[in-house]
Ligand binder design. Sequence first.
Ligand SMILES: [Zn+2]
Length: 152
Amino acid sequence: MTGKKSKPCVFCKGTMSLQTKVDTATFAGHTRDVDVLGYWCDSCDEAVIVKEGAKALSLAYSELKAEVQSVLGPAAIKGIRERLGLSQRKAGELLGGGPRSFQKYESGDIASSVSMARLLELLDNVPEAKSYFFGKMQQKDSEAPPAPESHH
Ligand SMILES: [Zn+2]
């Protein structure tokens, strides 16, 4: 980015300049400070948030919400997925939710379910669970014929 950008405030007679300021994400009475890039007014407290700033705010909101609801936030999900050695697409295919689900969890677009959070925590913390799960997946991949139908 080059130079300092500014424009007249849309709320008062002041000047808004492009800068990062600390704003607060709130969820259910909990708050979290977040650096937000936007056109912040020098005279009033209003701002026109730019795309990156909005993204930072929504990410912070998702993290906060996950913490309050005790599910996993975007950063925690990304960390576990990377430790499991899975791409976003592969993780969605193997763990459920579909090929784009992890992209959405990690960008804060959607929150993980409680069951997804527990599954990831389990795989991350219990080596036996991880080897059982991935062993099963490998079996499934190499399994050529479908299981025969049982007649009762
Ligand atoms: Zn203003």
